[in-house]
Design a protein around this ligand. Structure first.
Ligand SMILES: *Cc1c(COP(=O)(O)O)cnc(C)c1O
Length: 454
């Protein structure tokens, strides 16, 4: 690296820290932990101004599924730019939004017929909550105003979506501002009794959900849930049977099932959408993150005609869903999403991911035997490793020790971007990663575990 490049690097860091307040960050950490200005991205690689390269092993917070600066998506976006950058979606429409809505409906179960656009994951969850609540109001159920969610769940950071989330780290400070919600213990299979299979554990845990529904259904609008993997909740996983049982209970007691597929949608867990593995149709599906291939902020909620029809009325009845965002269905974002769906089709990504996830599974085998690894778990293209202080009791390291941070720093030194959640190192790569690159990442993860558990 030349002196000039080094100076650019340093000056960018200095300028940034003067004016930028970063997300999910204690800014004081940057007195010690260097901030990394990225110059460019290509495929799975990120390159900083110092000339260092990093494999993006977490898909830039789970959004980038086909690599950085993907030539096909770039091309489709630039074609769209020549025609229309944006137009409001009320009273007007455009081809990229229509195409995308048609395709998403087609990828969904037969009862899902409508697509309501929002513009980021949290806003999709907020809109889904409002839509469910409003549906019951329009239908004359005056008492329904509550939501049920799982412990250790994550649905976003806005006040509505944070209310149905359940991770203390993000929520506790704001407790007084939260909407009152009902929390049911998660079926998290990491916590199962060793005697049970994942399926048995999940079924046993469903009893708690069923009891809560039985006791509260008159006041409950919906159960909101992350299908199969609680991603921000330390990548904890459960068996698909849970959603099947939940669907039956929601039907019986007149409650909506909202599937938050924001992290697990678009091929992450081995199927296009995670709920498919339970063979259910949710009432409302929230999508974002991977939807644009990681290019732009966009989200949608998909729903049934049954819900749509409850809002369809004379204007003066004031039953319409008057929710909106300025950048609803931005045409450039929609064109990126359509390009991303093209790649899914043309390259048969779901089939190819099966081979990749088998490879990940094989290369993870040796990690499980590590003295300070309490669990290695995987659902398709998500793998997670739980570092523990004591293997037999699964006693965790105290969070204050920040073991994950040590793993992060080791990763960066070895050209891999991992960003552990507490004591959990996870691997969630773009789908274009190659087998030898997977091996490289897993190798670095092994080294990171050694360093972090010392
Ligand atoms: C990331 C995430 C959200 C929030 O999406 P943002 O775009 O970050 O607001 C909601 N639900 C789940 C499951 C997520 O992983």
């Amino acid at each position: 690296m030349s002196k000039k490049e080094r100076n650019t690097f340093l000056s960018l860091v200095k300028r940034d820290l003067k004016v930028v307040w970063h997300p999910c960050t204690q800014m004081k950490d940057h007195e010690k932990i260097p901030l990394i200005p990225i110059k460019k991205g290509k495929g799975i690689w990120l390159e900083d101004y110092d000339g260092n390269q990093y494999i993006d092993a977490i898909s830039s917070w789970w959004v980038n599924i086909f690599g950085h600066s993907n030539p096909y998506i770039n091309n489709q976006i630039s074609k769209q730019l020549d025609n229309l950058e944006h137009v409001l979606l009320a009273g007007f429409t455009h081809e990229p939004a229509i195409d995308l809505a048609e395709r998403l409906v087609k990828l969904s179960p037969p009862k899902i017929k409508k697509c309501f656009f929002t513009d980021n994951g949290s806003s999709a969850v907020d809109a889904a909550m409002k839509m469910s609540y409003h549906y019951w109001k329009n239908k004359g159920f005056k008492k329904k105003s509550k939501f049920i969610s799982l412990s250790n769940s994550y649905h976003g950071e806005t006040l509505g979506s944070l209310s149905v989330s359940n991770i203390d780290l993000y929520k506790k400070t704001y407790e007084e501002l939260m909407i009152d919600t009902i929390v049911v213990e998660s079926p998290d299979c990491y916590l199962k009794n060793e005697k049970h299979t994942d399926k048995q554990h999940t079924e046993i845990m469903f009893d708690k959900m069923l009891k809560t529904i039985e006791n509260n259904h008159k006041e409950v609008c919906a159960v909101i849930i992350e299908p199969l993997v609680q991603c921000a909740g330390y990548m904890r996983m459960y068996h698909p049977i849970y959603l099947k049982l939940l669907r039956e209970a929601c039907d019986k007691y007149n409650i909506h099932l909202i599937a938050d597929e924001i992290a697990v949608g678009f091929g992450r867990t081995g199927t296009m959408f995670a709920y498919e593995q339970s063979k259910i149709t949710p009432d409302i599906i929230c999508l974002s993150k991977g939807i644009t291939g990681g290019y732009m902020t966009l989200s949608t909620i998909l729903t049934t005609n049954n819900i749509y029809d409850a809002f369809y009325d004379e204007y003066t009845k004031l039953n319409a869903f008057l929710h909106s965002h300025s950048y609803t269905a931005n045409p450039i974002a929609c064109s990126a999403a359509n390009a991303s769906l093209d790649i899914f089709e043309k390259k048969q990504i779901i089939t190819k991911n099966k081979i990749l996830s088998e490879h990940i599974s094989k290369s993870l085998k040796s990690i499980a035997t590590h003295d300070n690894v309490g669990d290695v778990r995987q659902h398709g293209m998500i793998a997670a490793i739980e570092m523990v202080k004591d293997k037999s009791s699964k006693k965790p390291y105290p969070w204050e020790e920040r073991r994950g941070l040590k793993a992060y720093e080791y990763g960066l030194k070895n050209n891999v971007l991992i960003r552990p959640l507490g004591n959990v190192i996870y691997f969630m790569p773009p789908y274009i990663i190659k087998e030898r690159e997977i091996d490289k990442v897993i190798n670095v993860i092994e080294g990171a575990i050694d360093i972090a558990t010392k």
